[in-house]
Structures are given as structure tokens and as C-alpha cells.
Design a protein. Structure first.
Length: 413
């Protein structure tokens, strides 16, 4: 019995060792991106660190030292959670954050693999291929000091907790994810479609409670600071350019394709196919967004078979929603696409072990790898890299993944 188990786990152990070696080799370079001081932007962790530090000393995570150019865009909870890092030097804090992200990455890959397969013989190849496909996304998050890996992990924990009937753990994980990134709130719409009213009530209680706790240190300024957060993050009073080439959301794509708004790219400042007023582009985005949500709702309700599955959370539906979050968000930087980890795990399983759509799934995975991993500047040069960015290659492959997930059947997963 030990020999077959050894044969199954050996490639996984080798993959883990390689990952940790690479993580160690890259650690100095990635950690140094945060800079040496919270008075100058290094990467996104510099902002998180400055917010946490200001939260501790001034009871305010928003008006930190570099807020004028790089504001803290989340609710107070995340700054409160990482407040201990704000008490350290930036270098030490960045080091801990880097290795926490390494841990989050391992847990994310394990959770997503566990969600799509209970069989060890299938889990090993799935997790290895998943690691290879998501390597570029992992690197982007590590070097930018981002929080996306944690948010993706929290979504996976929510789903895993629901599968194993762990009361409140799933709701708490999802509430924290929503507090950090907002876009996971789309999962509440899925709970409504599934008529999981108790889950919605528990989630509302968790979100209200953790938000209330995070607001206590703000004191009498809580309303003013929350209003400022709402204006910056939700209403875009900060004035982010949706057409910026790095924004791979559906909104960013439509803004680039249908208006003359600058992409801020050196080689491709505008790439519009036709020229429309910005308001018309916004209307097209709203119509397209509603169409995608309607299609998701239609496929979700239509493919429910039997009374037993009315309330059941299904892998392919949650996977499609992970893709939809990225498409419907106003801003989806490339590092955000680590949210595709779960749908990728689903597609890998179909490609390896499925009877239907296996060839299509394999083709999608190959295209994903080519577009995401082989279009970096060191490989194809700055000019061609910017061409891919401005022409929304992340958005395109995410749309394909969204539609593929919704055309799978539960018994195939």
C-alpha cells in the first residue's frame, strides 16, 4: 500500500520543493520591491503597510503618508488585520507578508484541487498543472505585494467549508473576502439563486460584525472616513482611467475598444475599433454585464436536476462566478486573475479525466498558458507585450473560461 502512495506523492513533493526553492531565490528581489520607507510607493504592500501603521498611531488607515498618490482602497478591516506588521520596519513587514503569500498560495492550490477531486490519484496531476498554469499570476502577486491570493483563498475556504458543513467558518471567510475586495459580494447573488437564505443571514451577520469591530478604532471619524472610502473606491472619485492598458476588466476592454481614451501605453496609446462617446461605452458595459449575469442565472437554474440539487453549491457555477467577478469589476489588474485558480482546476480535471469537452478544455488551457505566461516583456519585448495588454488578452481568456464552466455538467466535475 505504501509504494503506490509513494509513487503518487513523489511528483507532488518534488513540485513543492521546486516551488519553495524558487520562492527563496526570488524572495530578496520581491521583498525589496516594497522599498525602504512608507513615505514613497514601492509596491502595493507599501500602501498596506502605511495604512496599517497609520491605523495604529492615528486611528485612521486612509490618510497615511502616501495617500495623496496611492490611497488605501479597502474597508478598515484589512488594515486592522495586518496592524502588527505596521509596528515593524517596512523590510521586516514585507518579508513576513511575502512568506505569508507563499503559504496562502500553497493553501489555495491545495483547496482548489480538493474542491474538484477527492481522489488522490487525480489530485496530484491537477495540482501540478494548476501550479504551472498559475505561476505567472502568483509571481505578479508576490512582486506587487498584493492581497489577491489571500482573497482567492478565502473564497476557496468558504466553498470548502460549505461542502463540509462547517457552520459559520465559510460565512466568516467570505465576509472577510468581501470586506477586502468587494467583488466577492457577487457570491451573495449566487446564494439567492440557490435559495440558501440561512447562509445569507449568517453572512450578513458576519460581515456586519467584522465591519463594526473594524470601525470602533476610527471613533467619531468613522462616518467621514467611510464616506471618503465609498467615493474613492465605489464612485471612482480618485479618477482611475478605466482604459489603462493594465486594466483587463470588461469595462476597461470596452473603454479601449470603443473610445479614444488613452491607454497610457507607449506604443499603443489608442486602439479603438470605433469611436463612441464615453457614456455610450458605459451603456454598452452595463448591457453586456447584465447579459452575462442573466446567462449565468439561466444556466444555473436550468441545469439544476432534482430537488436535492436546488440548494447545492456546484463547482462549475462557483468557478464561473470567479471569472465573472473579474469581468464585472471596474478595475481588474493582471494580478487579480489569480481568482481563476478554481475554474482552472475544474478545466484541468475535465481535460485530463473528462469524457465530454476534454479536447476543448485542453485547448483552453494551452491558450491560457500561451497568453498569460509567454507574453511577458522579457520573452516577447515591450512593444508586443503592450499590444497584448491593450487588446485585452486577460479579458478574452476569462470570457472563454466563464462560458466553458457554464457548459459543464456537475457529473463531469
Amino acid at each position: 500500500m505504501e509504494k503506490p502512495l509513494s509513487k503518487q506523492t513523489f511528483p507532488l513533493v518534488i513540485t513543492l520543493v521546486i516551488f519553495l526553492i524558487l520562492a527563496t531565490l526570488l524572495s530578496t528581489s520581491a521583498i525589496s520591491k516594497a522599498g525602504l520607507s512608507d513615505t514613497q510607493y514601492g509596491n502595493d504592500f507599501t500602501v498596506f503597510y502605511a495604512a496599517a501603521k497609520n491605523f495604529y498611531y492615528q486611528n485612521d488607515p486612509y490618510n497615511h503618508k502616501i495617500a495623496a498618490k496611492t490611497p488605501y482602497l479597502y474597508l478598515p478591516l484589512f488594515a486592522l488585520l495586518i496592524m502588527p506588521l505596521g509596528l515593524m520596519s517596512l523590510a521586516n513587514a514585507a518579508t513576513i507578508w511575502y512568506w505569508l503569500n507563499i503559504l496562502f498560495t500553497i493553501l489555495l492550490l491545495v483547496c482548489c484541487t480538493r474542491l474538484v477531486s477527492k481522489e488522490r490519484s487525480k489530485q496530484v496531476p491537477i495540482i501540478i498543472i494548476l501550479f504551472i498554469l498559475s505561476s505567472r499570476l502568483i509571481l505578479d502577486n508576490l512582486f506587487w505585494g498584493q492581497v489577491n491570493i489571500l482573497v482567492a483563498l478565502l473564497i476557496a475556504i468558504w466553498f470548502l467549508a460549505k461542502e463540509n458543513s462547517y457552520k459559520w467558518l465559510g460565512e466568516l471567510a467570505l465576509a472577510i473576502a468581501i470586506s477586502i475586495k468587494i467583488t466577492p459580494i457577487l457570491l451573495t447573488f449566487y446564494l439567492i439563486l440557490k435559495r440558501r437564505w440561512q447562509d445569507l443571514i449568517n453572512l450578513s451577520i458576519c460581515f456586519s460584525l467584522i465591519t463594526f469591530i473594524s470601525l470602533i478604532p476610527l471613533g467619531s471619524n468613522s462616518f467621514v472616513l467611510l464616506k471618503g472610502w465609498f467615493q474613492r473606491t465605489i464612485l471612482n472619485k480618485e479618477g482611475f482611467n478605466w482604459a489603462y492598458a493594465g486594466n483587463q476588466s470588461l469595462r476597461g476592454t470596452l473603454e479601449r475598444l470603443f473610445t479614444t481614451t488613452s491607454t497610457e501605453s507607449i506604443y499603443y496609446p489608442t486602439v479603438n475599433i470605433i469611436t463612441l462617446p464615453s457614456k455610450t461605452s458605459q451603456l454598452i458595459f452595463i448591457f453586456t454585464a447584465f447579459s452575462l449575469v442573466f446567462y449565468f442565472s439561466y444556466k444555473t437554474i436550468r441545469q439544476i436536476k432534482g430537488v436535492n440539487q436546488v440548494n447545492k453549491l456546484l463547482d462549475w457555477q462557483v468557478g464561473a462566478l470567479c471569472a465573472l467577478m473579474l469581468l464585472l469589476s471596474n478595475l481588474s489588474w493582471k494580478a487579480h486573475f489569480i481568482f481563476l485558480t478554481l475554474p482552472l482546476a475544474i478545466i484541468i480535471k475535465i481535460a485530463l479525466f473528462g469524457k465530454r469537452l476534454s479536447k476543448i478544455s485542453l485547448a483552453v488551457l494551452i491558450v491560457f498558458f500561451l497568453l498569460i505566461s509567454l507574453t511577458t516583456q522579457p520573452i516577447i519585448g515591450v512593444k508586443l507585450h503592450q499590444w497584448f495588454e491593450t487588446h485585452s488578452y486577460y479579458c478574452l481568456i476569462t470570457l472563454i473560461i466563464f462560458f466553458l464552466c457554464l457548459n459543464l455538467k456537475d457529473q463531469e466535475i
